[in-house]
Design a binder for this molecule. Structure first.
Ligand code: T5A
Ligand code: NA
Length: 208
């Protein structure tokens, strides 16, 4: 019973996971594989550090700027909303959009600081709902051993454990949790197979 409008739209695929779980590596590999299949694909990441808001967020993450927890939370959300009209246009025109992080990171990192979970979700209510969230599961201890860990604000093992707990509170039926502690190619194959098995549905809104 799916209409041509649904058949022809692009999918919204989100990668989530703790710091250094391999999101950037795998989102790039998935993009290349889908392009090879002849699909139109765009790869995005959040935060988008290339906008004015993203510049402020980058300063915060690199510890050059201090902000109230609620203030930075709202900026991360605003940084998604500033791109929504473009996102919807792409999906409707048939381009699949893969994003490296999305609203789930927004909620999990802020709730891990102690902000109420329900409060954290509110600013992102109504965003396009992903067709699929690929959650790359890697223990905080394994993540800490990877290159570059520890440079940015949230990269401390104890905090990462709290973030993981919050992610597990907000997961839903659209999530696919995948063991990220395997070699890059095997991991890619597992993700690719899952994405190819997805059915096309109407685009929904998040947390409505
Ligand atoms: N944040 C984000 C919020 O608080 N609120 C929000 O709303 C949003 C959107 C920045 C931070 O902002 C927070 C969360 C973050 O703390 P970011 O820009 O996505 O978010 O930065 P990171 O998540 O820190 O990205 P990373 O660089 O840490 O990690 P990735 O993308 O998960 O991992 P990747 O692919 O770069 O790989 C990391 C390293 O591991 C190796 C890679 O070669 C690389 O060296 N690697 C593997 N090694 C072994 N086996 C594998 N399978 C591997 N895959 C990759
Ligand atoms: Na990344």
């Amino acid at each position: 019973n799916s209409s041509p409008l649904i058949e022809n739209r692009g999918q919204l695929i989100v990668f989530e996971g703790l710091d250094k779980s391999g999101k950037s590596t795998q989102s790039q590999k998935l993009k290349e594989a889908l392009l090879k299949d002849g699909q139109f694909v765009d790869l995005w990441s959040f935060p988008d550090r290339n906008t004015k808001l993203g510049d402020v967020i980058d300063s915060y993450l690199n510890k050059r700027l201090e902000l109230d927890d609620r203030s930075i939370h709202l900026l991360f959300s605003a940084n998604r909303w500033e791109k929504v009209s473009k996102l919807i246009k792409l999906l409707e025109s048939g381009t699949t959009v893969i994003t490296d992080r999305y609203a789930f990171s927004g909620v999990a990192y802020s709730a891990a600081k102690g902000l109420p979970l329900e409060w954290c979700k509110q600013p992102d209510v109504g965003l396009p709902k992903p067709d699929c969230v690929i959650f790359l599961q890697l223990s905080p201890e394994a993540g800490a051993k990877r290159n570059g860990f520890g440079e940015e604000r949230y990269e401390k093992t104890q905090f990462q454990n709290k973030v993981l707990e919050q992610f597990m509170q907000i997961k839903d039926e659209s999530w696919k949790i995948i063991n990220a502690d395997q070699n890059m190619e095997d991991l890619h194959q597992e993700i690719y197979k899952h994405i190819k098995s997805l059915k096309k549905e109407e685009l929904k809104r998040l947390w409505e």
